[in-house]
Ligand binder design. Structure first.
Ligand code: PLP
Length: 467
């Protein structure tokens, strides 16, 4: 154990939490008779709770965030030094770490050029939507306001981002939503039988191209003159860890060019190393117009999210300086906090100096192979998929029909892993009847032993729940 917290009595903390804290995504009734988990300390891949119990964290802070692991003194120091010198000034002015991180980030994103700082993934996506709408007004006479999004993708918790939300269960009870967000079908080959007989008959590259063509059909149905942008996750995260099939991205890029539809890639999860490249879209050779990122940008050491655009987009907002409305009339108060870019700079240095992208690929392959090996023993594993240290394992009652296991059973696997001291994730309350994918996203520092410990726990948990 690290630190001295175990000597302290945390009962006051627990009482205060139970009395006053509203946790996210949690039904609180059980806390009337039990305690919430309070994470007190972290080091590397491991965290400790209020009882001193050690956990191996296979999900980087539960939501794919702590990419460089816990307890990084150099990030804490960079933030300390920066906030003492200059903690905040609104973004109409610049900051030293803001300028330096923007430069460093753009080095990793050929073709992109401008960075807009905000606080959360949802906010970054909202800003992109606002830019797309403003472009529609500036350039297309108020047309091209529609934003396409994909079934199963998620872009945030605010009302506009939920309007672009492809997860009906997550959206339930929060409507009505904003107009002019239009859904396109998912492109998940494992569940192609749910997409109708034409698509179900295809596979591999043919299936990928056909799925992209479904986007074109939506554009033509809506009228290309009304469609401003397409927003996609590079690898769908909370919707089930879904990588698009071969052929998909090339065709998507072609379609966007053909109909002057801006391409917005939501890298909130995949950005900054999670899949083994700096950004998920870089696996596929595409050139987006907007890239949003959040979680791994500073590994949770400070709240920072970024919206990155091309110089072409940026130019549209400065072409006529005599027009008083002709700039991005947007503000993000806490986008001016310097802790974020200070932490992000150090986070990026660590990833480079410790070769964490390479480690991510090697350990991702190991995790994928371990999970695939478990398929021999556990019939309940229908599919194993993912990219880098972002892996998913879909549980089904029958490999032929691919009927999903009930959500409660998938959650029981998570609880069983907990008994072995390993925190894993599962898709939850997202897609009706399809919350059956176990999720793994350990920090990019994971070792072979860590990976084996995680998959051993999954092995035992599957035996305990399914026999
Ligand atoms: C792909 C994706 N986009 C956006 C978001 C929203 O980010 P935030 O919770 O920081 O607002 C999330 C959060 O999980 C996400 O997974």
């Amino acid at each position: 154990m690290h630190g001295a917290f175990s000597e302290n009595d945390l009962s006051d903390v627990i009482a205060a939490d139970k009395a006053h804290v509203w946790h996210h995504l949690v039904q609180h009734k059980p806390f009337e008779t039990s305690d919430p988990r309070i994470i007190v300390e972290g080091k590397g891949m491991r965290v400790w709770d209020q009882n001193g119990k050690e956990w191996l964290d296979a999900v980087s802070g539960a939501v794919w965030t702590v990419n460089v692991g816990y307890g990084r003194e150099s990030i804490a120091k960079a933030v300390y030094d920066q906030v003492l010198k200059m903690n905040y000034f609104a973004q109409a002015a610049g900051s030293v770490p803001g300028a330096l991180f923007a430069e460093k980030l753009i080095e990793k994103m050929p073709g992109m050029s401008r960075v807009y700082y905000v606080n959360s993934g949802s906010e970054a996506n909202e800003k992109a939507f606002k830019l797309i709408r403003q472009i529609a007004h500036k350039k297309y006479g108020g047309k091209k306001t529609k934003i396409l999004y994909r079934e199963r993708d998620y872009h945030g918790s605010t009302l506009a981002t939920m309007s672009a939300g492809g997860q009906d269960e997550r959206n339930a009870q929060y409507g009505p939503f904003a107009p002019d967000f239009v859904r396109v079908p998912h492109c998940m080959e494992y569940r192609k039988h749910e997409l109708g007989p034409e698509l179900a008959a295809l596979s591999g590259r043919e299936f990928g191209i056909a799925c992209a063509n479904e986007i074109e059909k939506v554009i033509l149905r809506e009228g290309p003159e009304t469609v401003g942008a397409l927003c996609l996750e590079p690898v769908t995260a909370g919707g089930g860890v879904i990588e698009a099939p071969e052929g998909y991205w090339d065709r998507v890029q072609e379609i966007c060019k053909q109909y002057q539809v801006l391409l917005h890639i939501d890298e909130v999860v995949c950005g900054v190393g999670r899949t083994g490249t700096w950004f998920g879209y870089q696996h596929y050779g595409i050139q987006p117009d907007f890239v949003t990122m959040a979680k791994g940008v500073a590994s949770g050491y400070a709240a920072i999210a970024c919206l990155v655009t091309t110089e072409e987009v940026f130019d549209m907002f400065k072409d006529d300086a005599t027009d008083p409305m002709n700039y991005f009339r947007d503000i993000s108060t806490f986008g001016g906090c310097t802790a974020g870019p200070a932490a992000a700079l150090e986070n990026m240095r660590i990833i480079e100096d410790e070769n964490l992208l390479e480690n991510c690929i090697a350990m991702g392959e190991r995790m994928n192979a371990n999970l695939k090996a478990l398929m021999e023993k556990h019939e309940v594993i229908g599919d194993v998929r993912g990219k880098g240290l972002f892996q998913g394992c879909e549980l089904v009652t029958d490999r032929t029909t691919k009927d999903p296991v009930p959500e409660a059973k998938a959650q029981a696997v998570v609880a069983e892993c907990g008994k072995h001291g390993v925190i894993i994730g599962v898709t939850n309350r997202s897609i009706p009847g399809r919350n059956n994918t176990l999720c793994f996203s350990p920090a990019l520092i994971a070792t072979a032993d860590d990976i084996d410990q995680i998959t051993d726990a999954v092995d035992k948990a599957l035996t305990a729940v399914f026999g």
